[in-house]
Ligand binder design. Structure first.
Ligand code: PMP
Length: 425
């Protein structure tokens, strides 16, 4: 079947024709493609058209699609049965590995998605502190649990529903919303509400409103303020974990949170999430404590195997992070040159191997400057790039993910195509 026919058929039986909104390409007003396979840095659609891929499955595939390193031993795992309702050795190995590389995660609980990880971390923060309020930041996305779909990023922003219908007003009332990189605002908020706050959740690199780095000074102030009121500081490292380095964003910025949420890379592309942190806080999770959280499929053996294959390879080859950084800098520089050559005012933001392009004159440093970027121009850019065989995330608010499979040739092809596309806008 062709992309168009599949989409028509899908729309009859799936809301918007998709299982996750961004896949509809609705925010860039372009008919979506349906993927058939992906290897390395390439994706093929059902019409066998090949694309150079910068979605990267939205994060897990740091070693490239279908990398044999990641798949090793999976067939053996499958043949032994995958789900027992009992603990398995590989879950212990996963927790030990995470703890070794991210020492702030003294204890770890595996779940099945980033959404579950953040939702559970928030519940734990409330159960531990016996307080109700939480703080999040506008434009940050932490999955789709009720309490966190408030002024959120990602698809919520792309489809103009940052605060979802169906979320109880009571939850909205207990969710304070701050602005990233606004230290004064943070201090003012703390003066009024600090002692009421159970937890603060933040993406240490905002990656769901495009890429917006957080200032180290801002994160440091957040750490100090949370300590002063015994508020649980939660880093949502679902994207940054094992992407910015083996120690995640907390290693990159050298700031330790109380709890951390992980996902994506730690499952090698399988459904996965994890939360963990200070042992005294994690001791409140059932069966040790009175905060309940469970999962039939949590710690799934295939997810553990593929995640561990990825993490173990990264640990054995830490030079990968320097190589990814070099690739990303090369791309960043070329993108800035391409914008200049086309006479377009745009901004390229980059942290490690995460990049994004905003069509706006001003530097993009916070939610308000993100919102000044021209989404209509981005839509035309996206459509022309797709036509030319480059698959970008279908929203200005989603990142470009680089992998080890993006070699020089792939990057040069991207740069040449982008140069022409930008000139044609
Ligand atoms: N947190 C962050 C920072 C994310 O980027 C995402 C998803 N992109 C989530 C949480 C939710 O993860 P999932 O889609 O696996 O539920």
């Amino acid at each position: 079947m062709k992309n168009k026919e599949l989409f028509e058929a899908a729309k009859k039986v799936m809301p918007g024709g998709v299982n996750s909104p961004v896949r509809s390409f609705g925010s860039v007003d372009t008919p979506p493609i349906f993927a058939k396979k992906a290897i390395g840095a390439q994706v093929w659609d059902v019409e066998d058209k090949a694309y150079i891929d910068f979605i990267g499955g939205f994060g897990p595939h740091i070693l490239g699609h279908a990398n044999p390193v990641v798949l090793e031993g999976v067939a053996g795992v499958l043949s032994e049965g995958i789900s027992f309702g009992l603990s398995t050795a590989i879950e212990v190995e996963m927790a030990q590995t995470i703890n070794r590389l991210m020492p702030s995660m003294e204890m770890v609980r595996m779940v099945n998605s980033g959404t579950e990880a953040t939702m559970s971390a928030i519940r734990l923060a409330r159960g531990y502190t016996k307080r109700d309020k939480i703080l999040k930041f506008e434009g940050c996305y932490h999955g789709h649990s009720d309490g966190l779909l408030i002024k959120s990023g990602s698809g919520g922003l792309s489809f103009n529903v940052p605060t979802s219908a169906g979320v109880l007003d009571a939850l909205v009332e207990h969710t304070l919303v701050g602005q990233i990189n606004d230290i004064e605002g943070l201090e003012a908020l703390w003066a009024r509400h600090g002692h009421e706050l159970a937890g603060v959740i933040v993406e240490p690199v905002a990656a769901n409103m495009g890429i917006v780095p957080l200032d180290q000074a801002f994160l440091k102030r957040l750490r100090d303020l949370t300590m002063s009121t015994k508020t649980v500081l939660i880093f949502d490292e679902v994207i940054t974990g094992f992407r910015l380095g083996l120690g995640g964003a907390q290693g990159y910025y050298n700031i330790q949170p109380d709890l951390t949420c992980l996902g994506k890379i730690i499952g090698g592309g399988m459904p996965v999430g994890a939360y963990g942190g200070r042992a005294d806080i994690m001791a409140h999770i059932s069966p040790l404590g009175d905060v309940y959280q469970a999962g039939t499929l949590s710690g799934n053996r295939v997810a553990m195997a593929m995640g561990l294959n990825t993490i173990n390879y990264l640990e054995k080859h830490p030079e990968i992070y320097r190589q990814l950084e070099e690739k990303a800098v090369f791309l960043e520089t070329a993108m800035i040159d391409n914008l200049k050559a086309a006479g377009i005012q745009g901004q390229v933001n980059r942290v490690g191997s995460l990049l994004s392009l905003f069509f706006t004159k001003e530097p993009v440093t916070d939610y308000h400057s993100v919102m000044k970027s021209d989404t209509e121009v981005f839509g035309r850019y996206f459509a022309s790039m797709l036509e030319a065989g480059i698959l970008l995330a279908p929203s200005t608010f989603e990142a470009m993910f680089l992998s080890m499979a993006h070699d020089d040739e792939v990057l040069k092809t991207f740069i040449d195509i982008q140069k022409e596309v930008l000139k044609s806008l």
